[in-house]
Ligand binder design. Sequence first.
Ligand SMILES: Cc1ncc(COP(=O)(O)O)c(C=O)c1O
Length: 401
Amino acid sequence: MLPFTKKNIKFVSAIKKRIREDELTKLRVKHDLWYKAFEKQEGNKVWLDGKQYLMLSSNDYLGLGVDPRVREAARDALHIWGTSPTGSRFANGSRYYHQELEEQIADFLDQEACHVHSAGYLSCVASVSCFLGKGDVALVDKNVHSSLWEGLRLSMATIEKFAHNSLTSLEEELSFVFHDRKKLIVVEGVYSMEGHVCPLDKVVGLAQKYDCFLVLDDAHGFGVLGDRGHGTADFFGVEDSVDVICGSFSKSLASTGGFVAGDKELIDFLRTYSKQTIFSAAINPTQAAIASKALEIHQNEPEHLERLWQNTRRYHALLESLGLDFWESKTPAVPIVAGNKERAYFFSERLKEKGVYANLILPPGVPPGKELIRTAISASFNNEDMERIEEAVTYAAKALV
Ligand SMILES: Cc1ncc(COP(=O)(O)O)c(C=O)c1O
């Protein structure tokens, strides 16, 4: 008799069959475009099959991932606190490093309180699912990140989409909602795929006019927008008028994890009800220490932000001179819109020939017709890096026509 192992079980359930036959997965595995395993990384360079590439898709906007002080802070935290609290803070209690990071983030954003999670995704899901309920109405920019859609779905609220960054469309939707329904608006500060900045001051005006709670996902505005890089609410001077600011440590702060910031009563409420907060293990010491040290450096050394914007202006000017469609990005998150998947693939392969790596974004990540190469500029790019990018993008653009 054969030993009873998974390999010799003949029965295949209907769900397993559906998974096995999924065409999209078969295509993805066949073409092997994503989930690349780089064999080495040093700063903003990665190695694949022995070849070095400059990474043009990372969100390390301020370039702090390469700072030795950040690495040292991670090592110290590991030494002091160990690897992980291995449980949720509801179950196992918080640690001082959680509270210190929360105070630091709240101060930076000019908010009363903050809660940190082990992923920005969790923070964003929590920021909408926790404050909304059945019977409420969520008014949502149609281009917001998947984490926010997930939170909206979990909340069971009615969802009304408005056209991307359109105040007219938002007001039209608002004017149709019955006055007695509780309303929440969800926007991003900087849209991650498009690099567009939300007209937040105007959104705040509408939120107040129509009595709405306002949630801002500032994953890509945090550390980037405003004179001192305090984010989108600071850029527009409306820190007092946004109810919740959520975001991620995996962009400007070169770590992983995320935060929800707002009034103390909102954060207390989140800690009482949010499933993502109660039932998920707390952020670990190294993640928190990296975020904390990176934020400290960002606050004390404005040169990183200056360099980021210098590089960004130089890159925008290049794309403009080449006649490339970069979706009118105004920020370091810069798509190169190719318009279909073949052109996007062709462009990214030409970049690779010249030693530059950037990821393809295809539907459903973007609407059909907007297939793109998602690039992002970093303060870690020196003049030589910028020249390499310029040469590669020029070569790819000329090959495309
Ligand atoms: C706008 C936005 N919100 C939330 C997230 C989730 O953050 P994280 O990847 O740190 O979990 C991301 C990351 O891709 C994002 O771009």
